[in-house]
Write a protein that binds this ligand. Sequence first.
Ligand code: RB5
Length: 151
Amino acid sequence: MKNFVVGSDHGGLDAKAAVIALLEQRGATVMDAGTHGPESVDYPDFAVKVAGMVSRGEAEQGVLVCGTGIGMSMVANKFPGVRAALVTDQFMARMAREHNNANVLVLGGRVVDVPTAEKLVTAWLNATFEGGRHQGRLDKISALERELRLV
Ligand code: RB5
């Protein structure tokens, strides 16, 4: 199993490359789910790859980047067990782990520059899930997935 799977559309290519380099520097095994060139592509195709792998347990965590991060989040959060968080600042990135235990981080390549994208990923990686009352809330999300017959 890969530690991370990372994907983007054409709006997130530079950030994707930087995130993969950062994760590898930290010793993680990373799968690059594409896209691999600047041609216009459809973000759902890449969100499906990344969120699908996380949902099926083929990767521990994922990172997705599109122009705004909005489309990628919409798709990723349809997958059972995926908690995808679109973050734009370091506080949100830290909270995405501490409170939401996000297993997919979503960035907007046209919203944040590459150094900021690296800081956001680092803040998420360095944070620790607090559990306690927050676990109870995540349990409610899991219960909802069962109620909606998503699992
Ligand atoms: C592509 O132009 C753009 O729509 C996409 O990257 C993303 O921002 C969608 O949410």
